[in-house]
Design a protein around this ligand. Structure first.
Ligand code: BTN
Length: 320
């Protein structure tokens, strides 16, 4: 795309670069360059033009534009292809359609806002425009459907570590798929799949992160990275770090299995060994969170000493 090439060019140049040089190097007419620069400005790029010296890039917009995310991104699988939208109903649906059409593994769909963002168990995901990260990754792992829940644990580990290193905040993982700061939710994951009896066709992992969201924009019990770190976070930088972290953990499962993921998950979760109240959709169970089973399910020792496993549900309270 011409615009991507021009941005790459402007970024790489030290100071002003003349329209003539861009035109020669990219083999484009001056009129085509001028048109692309106008489009880039409409996208929010601040490109200054001087009649004598040419063009200079002053700043990039705070948008999750593919050329921004791909700039210097060193991943093997994740984010090689990115589909960006100003507004969608849900990035999950877009990703599902792309996956059916056969796009490459690691393709990312992201949007500035979602009108029907969804969470687990039929909940909605609030997606204020330009404030959060609303994204879905397409994976094509050679796994049986029973293994897929472990990808949710992997997602939580990958995003938790990327947030911690980018924003310098301590993040806690709550089973199965919530990221918390100080007990309040900052991110959630949704894993959906298409599978045959014993083989996954593809998996879509969606993640929603409250980045620069203000408290009135969020549901009760949630917070944002900006509120907690008292800093405005560069969403592009965070998303790049998430893709790098995802790439690392995802490739590891094919050489080392899920053991390292499970071990990392445990180090990031303060819940294990503590008393919890758990709602499995039908009733509330009180007991101690003991650990994870081989499928990523939660092992609970109930108050009457019985050891049970749950693959879905909500930890509604963590006490002592
Ligand atoms: C949860 O905590 O219940 C999961 C929330 C997942 C939200 C993300 S935002 C991007 C993707 N698109 C959606 O509609 N949902 C996921």
């Amino acid at each position: 795309m011409t615009q991507n090439k021009i941005i790459e060019f402007l970024r790489a140049s030290d100071g002003y670069i003349s329209g003539e040089v861009i035109s020669r190097q990219l083999n484009l007419s001056r009129a085509a360059i001028w048109k692309s620069i106008e489009e880039l400005r409409r996208d929010g790029y601040d490109i200054e033009a001087s009649p004598r010296q040419g063009y200079i890039l002053k700043s990039a917009p705070d948008k999750l534009l593919p050329q921004e995310i791909k700039d210097g991104l060193k991943t093997n699988i994740m984010g090689k292809e990115i589909h960006y939208f100003d507004e969608v109903e849900s990035t999950m649906d877009v990703a599902f359609r792309l996956a059916i059409d056969g796009v490459a593994e690691g393709t990312l769909t992201c949007a500035e806002t979602q009108t029907k963002g969804r969470g687990r168990m039929g909940r909605t995901w609030s997606s204020p425009k330009g404030k959060g990260i609303y994204a879905s990754l397409i994976l094509r792992p050679k796994l049986s459907p029973t293994q897929v829940s472990k990808l949710t644990l992997l997602s939580a580990v990958a995003v938790c570590e990327a947030i911690q290193s980018t924003c310098e905040v301590k993040v806690d993982i709550k089973w199965p798929n919530d990221l918390l700061i100080g007990g309040k939710k900052i991110a959630g994951f949704l894993t959906e799949l298409s599978a045959e009896m014993d083989q996954v066709k593809f998996v879509v992992v969606g993640f929603g992160i409250n980045v620069n969201t203000t408290l009135p924009q969020l549901p009760a019990g949630s917070t944002s990275l900006k509120v907690e770190s008292k800093k405005t976070i560069l969403r592009v930088e965070l998303l790049k770090n998430i893709l790098i972290s995802f790439d690392h953990w995802y490739q590891r499962i094919f050489t080392e299995g899920f053991e390292p993921v499970m071990a990392a998950w445990k180090t990031h979760s303060s819940m294990l060994g503590r008393n919890i109240a758990f709602n499995d959709g039908q009733k509330t169970i009180e007991g101690m969170a003991m650990g994870l089973d081989e499928y990523g399910g939660l092992i609970i020792r109930t108050r009457n000493g019985e050891v049970i496993k749950r693959m879905s549900g909500d930890v509604i309270e963590v006490t002592t």
